[in-house]
Structures are given as C-alpha cells and as structure tokens.
Design a protein around this ligand. Structure first.
Ligand SMILES: CC(=O)SCCNC(=O)CCNC(=O)[C@H](O)C(C)(C)COP(=O)(O)OP(=O)(O)OC[C@H]1O[C@@H](n2cnc3c(N)ncnc32)[C@H](O)[C@@H]1OP(=O)(O)O
Ligand SMILES: CC(C)C(=O)C(=O)O
Length: 801
C-alpha cells in the first residue's frame, strides 16, 4: 500500500498542551541529572534473545564501573532467570553499598510479592510499579475507567508499602518507591497528576532527600516533538503538590528520533532524573541513550558523573551482551563519528590541530586552560580512549589537506603546500581508478613509491651512497661572500645499480649536486622550491627536506617533487633532490660509465674512481683519485697497444699493484706479521703502544712504538726500522659492506723525508688496505705506502732485533 496523499485521514496529531508562560525555553542546564540505567530491564526485555545470567552479570559490572548509582536490573516476576539474577547479585555481594537496585513490577499483587522478595536483604532497593493511564490503554488494554485506573495504582502502592515495610523489618533493606503512569505523554495531563497525587497519598511517607518518591513520567511511545514533552513536564512540576518531596524522572523512548532532545528539554522543564540505556537500546527504537546524554554534558564542560574513558571496551561488552551493533554514525560511539572523508572537513581538521597545538602551547606557558576548540570535532577522541587514527580517512571525496594530515601522522612529514597538491593528484588518480577508500597503508605506500622514499624497496634509479661537501677552492680567489656560498660536491651515487663517482660545484650543496648530475649523467634540472624541517625532538632528531625541480626552458608547469630524510641536514637535502630527480628522469636512458683514457681521454678522475668503486668497492679520496688518474694516464701512454685504452680488469690490476692493495705478503717488501696495540697508562688518554713483528726484505723484525693513536704508534715503530722520517699527510677510511660482513678500508698518504748529501729529499706515496679490524686496516695501509715510497731505506739490524 502506498503512502497516503492525505495522511490526516489516518493519523491524528498530538494534542498540544496550552502552557502559559513556559519557563524551560530560556533555561540552561549546568548539572547532571540522577541517572538510572535500565539496560538490564527495558533494554533486556526488547532483545530477541534476552541476556543470560552471565551476560547480565558482565553488563551489570560494566554499568557499575561507569559510575551509575541506580540500576534497574530486572522484571523479577517475569521469569526465574530474572528473579535468580537479582538474588545472585545480592547473595554474591556484587552490589556496591552506594548503588540502588531497581526492580519493576506491574500493579498485580502476586507479582509485587515476588518482586519484593527478589530484593530482600539488599542494602538499597527501588520498587518501581507501573500502570498505563492513557485513554487508549484504559479503553483497549485494561478496559477500565479513570477511577479504576487510579484505584489500581492506589491499591497496589499500598500493597508495596506494606510488603516493603515487612522486608525492611526483617532484612533491613532500605526502600524507595517509584511510580510510573505508563503512557504519560498520551495521558490527559491533569489525570496523570491526579493519579500521582493519589499514589503519593497512598505511599504516605514521601519526604525530602532520600525519602523522596520518584514519579517517572515516560514517553512510553514518543508521540510528539520534544517541546511537547517539556511542556508536559513543566506543567507536572508546577501542579504537583509537595514538589520538594518528589524526584521527577524522565523515561523517553526514541520513536521520533528525538529522545535526546526530549530528555534535555525535560531537564530544563524541571526533571531531576533520566532513565535510559547505553547506546540507546530498548523497546522498538530504543530508550534514550545515556552515553549520548552524558557526553553532551561533558562537551559543555559539565562532568556527567559517569565515565566513558574507555568507550571501546564498553561498546564491546554492550554489543556482545545485547547482540546488537552500535551504528557507525552513532553519536560519540560509532566508528565513523570522529572521521572526515571529505576534503573541506579534512582541511579544517588538519588546520584545527595545527592551530590548537600552538594555542595550547601558549596557554600552557601561561598556566591557562587548554580549551578544545576544533572544527568538526565536538569532543577530543582521546578523552574516550580513542586515538586520532580514524580522524581522517581518504577516498575520492578527499582533499590535499586530509592526505597531508595522514602523511604527517604516519611518516612525520609536513609537506609543503605545493607538494601536498602534487601528491593529492597522485592519490586522487588511484582513488578514482579503484573506487574505494584509500587506507593509510595505501597512502603511505603510494607516497614511498612516488618519492622513492623509505628504504631499498622504494629506491629510485639514482641513490646517494656517500658524499662530501666542501667549499669550492676556486671561490677562495674571489671575495669572501663567494667563498661562503660556493660549494663542491664529491660523492658516490649508484646509477641503475652501478656506482658512479661524481663531482660538481655550485652556490650550495644542492646546486653542486645538480652540476655533478649534469656533468656525468647529462641530467639538466633546476631547483624551484626547497624547504626543510626537523622531524623529531631530542638527540635522534632528523631533518626532512623537500625539493621541487623543473627542466629549464621547458613548460614551467611541469615539475617534480622529492623528499629526503637524514640526521644530517645536507644529506637530507641531497636525498630530496635525488628523489625529485628520480621522478624527473623516469625511464630516460642515462649515459653509461665508459672508460676513455689516454690521448683523447674523455673519462676523468671520477670515472676512473667509479671503476675502482664498482670492482673493489673502494671510495677513493679526492687526492687519491687524482694521483691514480695520473698513474692511469701514464700507463696508457707508455703501453705499446695501439688503441690506448684500458679495460676494467687492467685498470683494477694497475690500482692493486700501484697501492699494494690486497697483494700477498710475499709480494710486499714490508708487511705486518703480527701486532698488539694497547692503551698506555690507565687507559684514560688515547696514547697507544704497538708491539709486533714486521717482515722487511724477507727478514723478521720485532717492533715497538708509542704514539697518540694507532697510526702514530706505528710510525714511531717504523722509525726504529727505517732511516729518515715518515709522516702521514692524509688518512681516511670507510666501511665496505654491511652487518657482520663489514670491512674497513683505509687510505694513507705517507711522506718520506730523508737527508741526502745535506739536502732534505721528500717523496710520498699512497697505501690502501682493508681488514675486518679497523686498526689493522690502517696499519696495513701505512705499510702499503711504505712499500711504495721511493728510496725508503731499512736500517741494518742484528737478527730479528
Ligand atoms: C512499558 C513497559 O515496558 S512495561 C514492562 C513490560 N515488560 C514486560 O512485560 C516483561 C515481563 N512481562 C512478563 O513476563 C509477563 O507479561 C508478566 C509475567 C508480567 C505477566 O504475564 P501474563 O500474566 O501472562 O499476562 P500478559 O503478559 O499477557 O499481560 C497482560 C495482562 O497484564 C495486564 N497488565 C498490563 N500491564 C499491567 C500493569 N502495569 N499492571 C497490572 N496489570 C497489567 C493487562 O491488562 C493484561 O491483563 P489481562 O490478562 O487481564 O487482559
Ligand atoms: C515501565 C515504564 C516506565 C516503561 O518502561 C515505559 O513507559 O516505557
């Protein structure tokens, strides 16, 4: 049957109450009401499968833990389960002293008896009796008159008075009495008051404070808007006699979806108490949601006297006991209520967090309150034990702000605005294509892939391996300012898996690297934007850098962003630049490392060094590069071959022979057979002593020497074996490999000075060595250099001395 074109022929509107000069609209509530949880009664009776005793017990404990002091636990006359549950709570002493157990009964003597019996021995109990008072119920359900309805309530109130007094006398149980004119909102207002006056009289002992009688005025079915409910409540409060001896309680159902409003307006209208269920379980559309009501107060800065600090744990128990889900949009509790999918919401939330953080810092420094004042988020999820993970979720409706927020939350990166826009279009494309929500994992993975960021799996074609930034010596000739700004980049970059030694110069480290990339890899790019920030506080702080590059002379709109993170700020900038360069080059072929030496040499020192790096994993220091370059040029020039070229193998062999690298001991004029390096004194200074055995010209010599460190101790020892003076002009080292396989590589340039016919003659040579032990590697490099120094003369010694 379709909906009616004129529903007035079927549905009658509610009958408004003509309340003159109503007060509630201009009132503001600043205190929480008395709460009653009826989860275990109204909630339970509405379930397809009422709760088991175990579930009720768990639920009861949860309600107690939340801080509720009045709990309607059962309709004891309904079943043995309900009765037994109440007995169990009492007998097993599960009811805290400050908690009132409430039980419901109809106006029937046998059921009242059973109900009072159920709470015997309990410290504090509220007997709650109800009978419907509305015309519809009088006529249809009870088939009785107004007088009979009133008489039913009066008669059974008296029975309750008598039975509870007997119970108090016998067991000491303290009772309160609650009476509900069920269907109150559909009852003639004056008749509801008349019945309640009669009940009060029949009870006969309503007093003030703890002795107040509770009149619960239910919206058994929500038949009108909340203002109608508020009018009825204000009218009741005005007209009922001895108002000070009465607790006015509300019991709003949610048939029109306005139970929260009804309860809140009812409180403004004078009510003291609210009955409801957690997350709004209950008959049909449910009872008013106690969590919602309490947290509405909380967000007004009013403590509701109940606690939801771990709301997820409460949701879990309640959904498990009720076997009903909490809707994802449920106020304060749904899984989506702290989530923004849409771009403008996300943007506002992101900005809100940033501004609030700054505002809180100022407030903290002044000792002022740090108020929560956030776009779209009326409550801090953290107060309910929730994190901010779900605050922003991304789909095709999302904007750059939200995506940037997630990148910041999960990778710590605060992207510059233009980079946010660039990355947004990456995510938009994926979200549109896949037509689904983008998870945090999707976004961070897309970020890593796009910017070649975050470990070997995402590496681009160019990877920075090592580098040195120094001031450009050419600039030293110019003015001081130029000297300050000009920088030289010397570094090693892996290019499609092949190591390349590259060098460049520029106004700063980034332009020096760009220059190197241009020279060696034919990559022509310029920097448009650069920014950086620290990533974390404390000693583990890292720098994050962002670089935008473009191709000079081409469409200015096309640009590529890159990001780099490193403890060293220069390294983070260089990494960011390479990240952008990787995007810019795409699949473009890059010039390969080709050796061209000799007459028309095209390879320079760096190319030669690249070969050594690839074959021996040695990163030659700049001066050694230049020294070896000369060696190579000379070797090629002197070779009889017509091509004047040199192969990788020949070049590597030349290197090894020249610097005695990895040559067997027998091939060396001077080698270390064994040594022991010890700290001198109590070990508090760095002075060392070496004792060892050296083979010089095939003869073994015992050596000993002291110095400020291992190398100077070695030099001192050598001075006892060789004429002249040995000194170190340059020393450097680096590691080879990773983990347990790591080796140290050492480079030493040794200067040998000897007096020849009254004249000081100086010669020098490089030695290169590697060893698992860094000290041994340095000492071996010194000896390799000794073997290469021209004219070094060993002292004549007695056997082994
Ligand atoms: C608005 C509310 O939520 S009220 C609470 C509702 N909760 C429940 O009903 C859950 C527990 N209920 C039960 O277990 C059962 O209904 C019982 C044990 C109370 C009564 O069961 P039964 O005796 O089989 O009666 P039944 O369930 O059919 O109840 C209807 C009878 O109670 C009468 N009745 C209904 N409400 C009341 C009341 N508040 N006071 C007295 N009698 C009442 C009806 O007029 C009807 O009487 P009739 O049989 O003479 O026509
Ligand atoms: C028993 C009464 C209070 C009730 O549950 C209702 O009217 O909804």
């Amino acid at each position: 049957m379709p909906m009616l074109s004129d529903p007035s022929i079927k549905y009658k509107p509610y009958t408004p109450l003509e309340l003159k000069e109503r007060q509630w609209p201009s009132k503001v509530n600043r205190t929480p009401p008395i709460w009653l949880s009826t989860d275990l009664r109204d909630g339970n009776q509405a379930l397809a499968n009422p709760m088991t005793i175990e579930q009720k017990t768990l639920f009861f404990k949860t309600i107690v833990k939340c801080g509720y002091k009045e709990i309607e636990v059962a309709y004891p006359a309904a079943s043995d389960t309900d009765f037994g549950f109440v007995r169990m709570l009492i007998e097993e002493k599960l009811v805290p002293d400050d908690v009132w157990l409430q039980v419901l009964t109809p106006a029937r003597e046998d059921l009242i008896k059973r109900t009072v019996e159920s709470v015997a021995g309990c410290k504090k109990a509220i007997i709650h009796m109800y009978n419907a008072t509305s015309c519809l119920f009088r006529e249809v359900v009870f088939r009785n008159s107004k007088e009979e309805t009133l008489a039913l309530a009066v008669k059974h109130t008296k029975i309750i008075r008598q039975l509870t007094e007997e119970c108090t006398a016998k067991y000491g149980t303290v009772f309160k009495y609650e009476y509900s004119p069920e269907t109150f909102t559909q009852t003639e207002p004056d008749f509801a008051i008349e019945v309640c006056e009669a009940v009060k009289k029949a009870w006969g002992k309503a007093g003030t404070g703890e002795d107040r009688i509770i009149f619960n005025l239910p919206a058994t079915v929500e038949i009108g808007p909340p203002n109608h409910y508020a009018d009825l409540i204000e009218n009741f409060c005005r007209k009922i006699s001895e108002r000070e001896k009465i607790i006015i309680s509300l019991h709003p159902h949610n048939d029109r979806g306005t139970s929260i409003a009804a309860a809140e307006l009812g409180i403004l209208a004078g009510a003291d108490r609210v009955e409801g269920c957690l997350f709004g379980n209950g008959e049909r559309t449910g009872n008013v949601d106690l969590v919602n009501l309490a947290l509405n107060l909380y967000t007004q800065g009013i403590h509701p006297h109940v606690d939801f600090s771990d709301i997820q744990a409460i949701i879990e128990i309640v959904t498990q006991c009720n076997d009903l889900p909490v809707h994802p949009r449920h106020p304060y509790a749904g899984e989506l209520v702290f989530t923004a999918f849409s771009g403008s919401h996300q943007d506002a939330v992101k900005k809100g967090f940033e501004v609030q953080k700054a505002r809180h810092e100022v407030a903290r420094s002044k000792g002022e309150n740090q108020y929560w004042h956030m776009p779209y988020l009326p409550i801090d999820p953290a107060d309910l034990g929730c994190d901010y993970d779900a605050v922003i979720r991304v789909n095709s409706q999302s904007g750059k702000g939200g995506i940037a927020y997630l990148v910041k939350q999960n990778l710590g990166l605060d992207l510059p605005r233009k980079m946010q826009i660039a990355f947004y279009s990456v995510i938009q494309t994926i979200a549109d294509r896949e037509a689904r929500e983008m998870t945090v994992d999707d976004i961070t993975t897309a970020f890593r892939k796009t910017y070649h960021f975050g470990g070997p799996n995402y590496q681009g074609r160019l990877v920075l391996r090592s580098f040195k930034i120094s001031s450009d010596p050419a600039a030293e000739l110019k003015d001081e300012e130029a000297q300050d700004e000009r920088r030289r980049f010397d570094g090693t970059v892996s290019v499609d898996g092949v190591f390349r030694v590259i060098k460049g110069e520029g106004n700063g480290p980034l332009s020096a690297l760009l220059d190197a990339l241009h020279t060696y890899l034919d990559i022509d790019l310029s920097i448009r934007e650069y920014s950086e920030h620290t990533l974390s506080d404390g000693k583990d702080a890292k720098a994050a850098s962002y670089v935008e590059v473009y191709t000079p002379g081409e469409n200015k709109k096309t640009s590529w962003w890159g990001v780099g993170v490193d403890p060293d700020i220069a390294a983070s900038g260089l990494r960011a630049l390479l990240s952008a360069v990787n995007s810019a080059i795409g699949d473009k072929p890059l010039p390969e490392l080709k050796l061209s030496v000799g007459l028309n040499a095209q390879s320079d020192q760096a190319d030669i060094a690249s070969v050594i790096l690839n074959t021996l994993q040695l990163e030659l220091p700049r001066r050694l590069q230049s020294s070896f370059f000369e060696v190579v040029q000379r070797a090629v020039r002197d070779s009889p071959a017509s091509t004047k070229e040199i192969s990788y193998d020949a070049l590597t062999k030349l290197f090894k022979d020249t610097y005695k690298y990895e040559l067997p001991a027998e091939a060396m004029r001077c080698s270390l057979k064994s040594f022991k390096m010890e700290y001198l004194g109590d070990g508090t200074d760095s002075r060392r002593q070496i004792n060892g055995e050296l083979i010089v010209d095939s003869r073994s010599r015992k050596i000993t020497g002291e110095g400020n460190g291992p190398l100077s101790a070695m030099l001192a020892a050598l001075h006892s074996q060789f004429d002249g003076t040995l000194s170190i002009r340059e020393y450097s080292e680096h590691s080879i490999g990773e983990g347990t396989e790591v080796l140290a590589a050492s480079y030493v340039e040794l200067v040998y000075t000897i007096d020849e016919g009254g004249k000081q003659k100086k010669t020098s040579a490089w030695g290169v060595a590697s060893d698992a032990d860094i000290t041994a590697s340095g000492l071996k490099a010194v000896l390799c250099a000794v073997c290469s120094v021209e004219g070094v003369k060993a002292k004549t010694i007695a056997n082994g001395r």
